[in-house]
Design a protein around this ligand. Structure first.
Ligand code: HEC
Ligand code: HEC
Length: 352
């Protein structure tokens, strides 16, 4: 072989190997932005290290309708950013082929600290969580093998999985890991309440009074800073006869858990109506009316609520003002959490 040819051959080999190294370059690590003063998250990042590429892939999957049987529904169809990733204005959400879910879609926020998922806590791992909506006939109605083969045929996804996981193999596990990477980053920690706690802002008088009432009458269950203690409680809601939902008992099989539901976080609560596990309450006022008047106290009712909650009209007003101070506008308008390439208008979510 002529020397020129040899040199060009060597160059070619070098270039090819360089572009190969480039193609499988390591994903960029992403630090988990734990808010100051908050406990360590429960999510095990060692099993699923956060990376920019993993997050980007998770975000694309979260917003992709290809993940449902007939390609009409994405996770975001029921978990809408402007409603703190709950379903805006719907007691129950619409699933595949005009079906309805049997529960109200909860907000998705601060999931990295949560140890069990769903209103009854039946799912213990965030990574396992998406399987439920993906395959439930009244949610996305899909078959996992179909979805994986659909994604595997898509060259954009093959590129994104390679960037996130080192090679183009697409599996359910990788898909759910990427979804988790997106979901654990949905941190809401910058409401007016948070700014006041950090000494950067101050409450208006009604918010201040409402906070004092809240600490006295609500915060045992709706515990700061998450505004839930993640326990399951029976708040004296009569069972809806069409849904026949026994709550936590569905997950544990234990009778005393009948009608107990997970204490929901109250962060962004002004945006997540309707309320309750089946969305039966349209307004915050009707939730307060439940606690002070409409509760059915029975043997199973939580011990803290045996005498209902005494609330004057004045207190209801102050509490409502305080609950509005839990709205995190930055969270619901953060372009990092919006569909890829989509810019949402700042202030769009101001509902004060
Ligand atoms: C058809 C509407 C619908 C779709 C689509 C949907 N969800 Fe949900 N999601 C719900 C409902 C309803 C619940 C509550 C279910 C329950 O408690 O049994 C829920 C619960 C959750 C929870 C538990 C939150 C918590 O704090 O306990 C997570 C996480 C979640 N969904 C993520 C997803 C992801 C990821 C996708 C897409 C793969 C998705 N959801 C698609 C309606 C939906
Ligand atoms: C004994 C524990 C407990 C106490 C005390 C308590 N809550 Fe709750 N709260 C819950 C549980 C559990 C739910 C969910 C009930 C369901 O849907 O079955 C809930 C639901 C709510 C909701 C609906 C949120 C949503 O997203 O669906 C609001 C609002 C609320 N509570 C406000 C308050 C306020 C304000 C107080 C004090 C006046 C209070 N709670 C006291 C346990 C409690």
């Amino acid at each position: 072989m002529k020397p020129v040819a040899t040199i060009s051959l060597i160059c070619l080999v070098l270039l090819t190997s360089l572009s190969w190294i480039n193609a499988v370059k390591k994903p960029t690590p992403l630090a988990f932005p734990k808010p100051k003063g908050w406990p360590d998250p429960s999510y095990d990042f060692r099993k699923n290290p956060l990376t920019k590429e993993g997050f980007d892939l998770g975000r694309k999957l979260f917003y992709d309708e290809k993940l449902s049987k007939d390609s009409t529904l994405s996770c975001a169809s029921c978990h809408q950013q402007f409603a703190a990733f709950s379903t805006f204005e719907h007691s129950l959400s619409h699933g595949y082929n005009n079906t309805l879910t049997t529960r109200n879609a909860p907000s998705l926020q601060n999931l990295a600290w949560e140890k069990a998922f769903m209103w009854d806590g039946r799912i213990k791992q965030l990574d396992a969580q998406p399987i439920s909506p993906l395959t439930a006939p009244n949610e996305m109605g899909a078959n996992l093998d179909t979805i994986i083969s659909r994604l595997s045929k898509d060259s954009a996804y093959r590129r994104l999985f390679t960037a996130a996981f080192g090679d183009p193999v697409i599996t359910t596990q990788r898909m759910t890991k990427a979804l988790s990477q997106f979901m654990v980053m949905l941190i809401s920690a910058d409401s007016k309440y948070d700014r006041v706690m950090r000494g950067e802002d101050s409450f208006a008088l009604p918010e201040q009074l409402g906070y004092a009432i809240f600490k006295q009458k609500c915060s045992t269950c709706h515990k700061e800073p998450f505004f839930t203690d993640y326990s399951y409680r029976n708040t004296g809601l009569p069972m809806d006869n069409t849904l026949s939902d026994v709550g936590r008992m569905k997950a544990t099989g234990v009778r005393k858990d009948s009608m107990a539901f997970k204490v929901p976080s109250l962060r962004n609560v002004a945006l997540t109506f309707p309320y309750g596990h089946d969305g039966r309450f349209l307004t915050l006022l009707s939730v307060m009316e439940h606690y002070r008047k409409n509760m059915i106290v029975s043997e199973g009712t939580d011990s803290l609520l045996k005498h209902r909650i005494v609330l004057s009209n004045f207190e209801v007003g102050q509490l409502t003002a305080f609950l509005h101070a839990l709205t995190d506008t930055g969270f619901v308008t953060n372009p990092d959490f919006a569909p890829p390439g989509y810019k949402i208008t700042p202030n769009f979510a101001h509902v004060h």
